[in-house]
Every structure is written in C-alpha cells, then in structure tokens.
Design a protein around this ligand. Structure first.
Ligand SMILES: C[S@@+](CC[C@H](N)C(=O)[O-])C[C@H]1O[C@@H](n2cnc3c(N)ncnc32)[C@H](O)[C@@H]1O
Length: 270
C-alpha cells in the first residue's frame, strides 16, 4: 500500500469510504485497495458513474464562477471531499484573487489531504467536522477567521445532502446554515434523485449498502427544491446537472441517463 502523510495513522483502511471511492472515480490517487475494489464492483452495475461525477465537478466550477461573478467572495463548501483538480478556492480565486474558502469534511483522508494542500494558504482552511454539528462548524476558529457574516456567503452542498437521512432533518440543517447569512448570499446543491428509473437507483443504492459504501437517499425534484428553503432558485432552476448553464463540451454528456440521476441548482437569499 502507498504511504504518505495524507494517510492519518488511525484511518481504517479495511472499510470503503465514499470520499475515497469518489476520488478514485474522478481519477485521483488518495484511495485504498478496498475503495478501488468496491468502486469497481459498484461500477459494474453503475455504468457511466465516472461521467456523472465529472459532470458534478463541472457543475461545481460553473456554480462557483457564477456566485463569484455575483459578488460572492467567501464560500463554505460542506462535504468537500478529497481535493482534486478544480477545488473551490482555486476556481473562486481565478475570479477574485481575494476569495476565501472554508471546507468542511468528516472523512479523515479528505481532511489530511486538504490540510496538506492548504498549508500556508491564508485564505482557505479545512474544518474536520460532521456537518450536522452546525454550531461547531459555524463557531470553528477557521470560520470565525475567514468568514465575515456581514458580507454575502456562498454555501455549497454538492453530492452531500443525500448522505443525510430524513431523520437528520436535512432541511432544518440547511436552514441553520442559511440563517446567519445576509441577503445576496447564495447556495448550490447537487443531489441524487430517483425521479427517473427508480428501480435502477434502488438497485444501485442497495449495492452500495451491501458493499458498505454508505446509503445515499435519493430525493424527488420537489423534495430537493424544498431543501433550498427561503432562498430563490436562479434560472434555470433545479435541473439535470449538465443542464445547469452548460458552458462547454465537458459540461454535458452524451449519456442522458446520468444527467437524469443528479439534479443541480443555485439559489440566492432575497
Ligand atoms: C461524493 S463526495 C462529494 C465531494 C464534493 N462536494 C463534490 O461534489 O465534488 C460527498 C462528501 O460528503 C462527505 N460527507 C457526507 N456526510 C457528511 C457529514 N455529515 N459531514 C461532513 N461531511 C460529510 C463525505 O465524506 C464525502 O467526502
């Protein structure tokens, strides 16, 4: 097995992690044998999944550029995953070199690798936390240092809220993150849905549970729109990930199936 200071000493290398499986599907190198084996097994029944995770990363870039173009200079990226090409601080700082970013993640490899990447970066930081601890996240030294709640904030929940069960009250958690934000703040969401081909999605989530890769909760268009709360969706609303303001060939896919599995949208606080 590869070693390096991105592997925290207490990390469990025998249990797959969705952050590391996702990193593998994106072509990253911060994953273990168990993640790769699980990802390959899942992919057997999820043809095109690599395309879908790339579609999601392309949406991330467009959403951050859009928010930055609307004057958002500070971002909180919740469930940020393992850093890969095109991280939020890199994209935001291309638009505004002064942009500041706080990442929030509970997976230790993602945290360790983010800490390495961000070492010496005064404008970005990582909070190691479960996002359900809203007070802990918003009260963390990193958020207090980098986020000015008198200015608009961009909140990102990309492929993240479907890891919350209904009993976690995802709408209530999102509301708690939105609550301290001033008007003009924005929020981006991408989320698994089973509106199209429910049986296939049920089969896929069943496989993920079987392989101990977590259990994503697909939600309907209406349920995901409701997660935006009081915020107002900007055009074109909540749509298939690749259909949210595509700007180039890498933003869309020939395989429309995967586009139907992930909804994406951006909203503004009035
Ligand atoms: C599929 S990845 C998405 C990464 C990134 N947001 C993106 O869209 O490219 C989902 C991430 O959410 C993280 N996550 C899931 N539940 C979480 C929670 N309750 N608190 C913090 N992070 C969480 C996982 O560890 C994983 O890295």
């Amino acid at each position: 097995m590869r070693t390096g200071n991105w592997i925290p000493p207490d990390v469990d290398t025998n249990t797959p992690s969705i952050a590391r499986i996702y990193d593998y599907w994106l072509g990253g190198g911060h994953n273990f044998e168990i993640d790769r084996a699980t990802a390959d097994k899942l992919e057997g029944n999820m043809a095109g999944v690599r395309q879908s995770v790339r579609l999601n990363r392309a949406f991330l870039a467009r959403a951050v550029r859009y928010m930055a173009s609307q004057g958002v200079k500070q971002f909180i990226d919740i469930g940020s995953g393992i850093p890969t090409v095109g991280n939020v601080h890199e994209i935001a700082q291309q638009v505004n070199p002064e942009a500041r970013v706080v990442y929030v993640e509970r997976e230790p490899v993602a945290v360790a690798h983010s800490d390495l990447l961000l070492a010496g970066d005064e404008q970005s930081a990582m909070v190691h936390a479960d996002m359900r601890d809203v007070e802990g996240v918003l009260g963390s030294p990193q958020v207090r240092r980098l986020i000015d709640f008198d200015e608009p904030v961009g909140l990102l929940f990309l492929l993240m809220l479907h890891w919350l069960e209904d009993s976690d009250d995802p709408a209530g958690l999102v509301r708690a993150y939105q609550e301290p934000l001033v008007p003009g703040s924005m929020m981006a969401v991408s989320h698994l849905t089973d509106d199209a081909r429910r049986e296939h999605i049920t089969e896929m989530t069943g496989m993920m549970v079987e392989h101990r890769a977590g259990e994503p909760i697909p939600r309907s268009h209406d349920e995901i729109v409701a997660l935006f709360g009081e915020l107002e969706l900007v055009e074109p609303g909540l749509v298939g990930c690749g259909n949210w303001r595509p700007a180039g060939p890498g933003d869309v896919t020939e395989d429309s199936q995967w586009n139907q599995y992930l909804y994406a949208g951006v909203a503004r606080k009035p």
